[in-house]
Design a protein. Structure first.
Length: 284
């Protein structure tokens, strides 16, 4: 299986793609993980779970507790028993980045791709590609929330239309600013639910605590028009008033006219406000 090109890299991707099936799935091969890898997972888990207690939303905290994965790299089969009973999702192991069409198909059928390899010791603070810690620790707890579970299935089903209309980058920004870098307000305070934030100690603190970073109310059209950062902390975050708002805002929206209007326009720079916008503050 040929390694796919991605938005961040077109060569040098890690992962054993030659062993992948047509849908890019591979065996997790849990027994191949070394004691050193499990120790590295425990170190990452301990560091991030301390921030989860104060900075993550309730659904993430509850989901992480139900997965019981503090002791080492989890077996996907064990997690699948919990996920399928709760929301009908299951995990499939993949070598790393996978093509867009394959990714959308997995999501549309409630299969969440999880990279099987773990970052090296020198990559604990920054990683350009998703690894098993980012994918599992960052994403899987939220798959136990019914709203996120339903949203991801709908997102997967929306992929074909976006690709057909040449607007994949616009749809990708919805995923980026929610599932990867989303914030939600709970009891008057900002909380993290995005995996890209919660799997990074530095960005978790930055997204919640920094007084200068731009935070805007969630607006799907504004999100689809806004560029994002792939190699540094985000310059803007969008804040949901509740997780159900994610589906409510998107179900009401006809994506076709939005794509037609904006797909040929350059994206708005991240970190800049438009006339009439009122940024949100940091911790309440």
């Amino acid at each position: 299986m040929k390694k796919p090109s991605t938005i961040t890299s077109n060569s040098g991707l890690r992962g054993e793609y030659d062993r992948a099936a047509d849908d890019y799935t591979v065996a997790q091969d849990w027994h191949d993980y070394t004691p050193e890898m499990h120790a590295r997972w425990r170190h990452l888990f301990k560091r991030q779970s301390a921030l989860v207690r104060t900075h993550a939303c309730a659904s993430f905290r509850e989901g992480l507790a139900r997965l019981d994965c503090a002791g080492g790299i989890p077996r996907f089969a064990d997690a699948n028993r919990v996920l399928q009973a709760a929301t009908g999702w299951r995990l499939v192991a993949v070598p790393g980045f996978i093509p867009d069409a394959v990714f959308f198909d997995h999501l549309a059928h409630r299969r969440f791709p999880v990279t099987r390899w773990l970052r090296e010791e020198h990559e604990l603070d920054y990683l350009a590609e998703p690894d098993v810690f980012h994918d599992f620790f960052g994403h899987v707890p939220m798959l136990l929330d019914p709203t996120i579970a339903d949203f991801l299935e709908l997102y997967g089903k929306a992929g074909a239309r976006a690709m057909a209309m040449g607007a994949l980058d616009m749809l990708a920004r919805i995923y980026w600013y929610t599932i990867e870098f989303g914030l939600v307000r709970e009891d008057g305070a900002l909380k993290v639910f995005g995996a890209g934030i919660i799997s990074s100690a530095g960005e978790t603190r930055f997204a919640i605590e920094d007084r200068e970073v731009l935070r805007l109310p969630f607006d799907p059209v504004r999100v689809m028009r806004t560029s994002y950062m792939i190699d540094s902390f985000q310059k803007a975050y969008f804040v949901l008033e509740s997780l159900p708002q994610l589906i409510e805002a998107l179900v009401r929206l006809d994506f076709g006219p939005v794509y037609e209007t904006w797909r040929h326009e350059p994206p708005l720079p991240a970190g800049e406000t438009l006339a009439g916008e009122t940024p949100l503050g940091a911790l309440a």
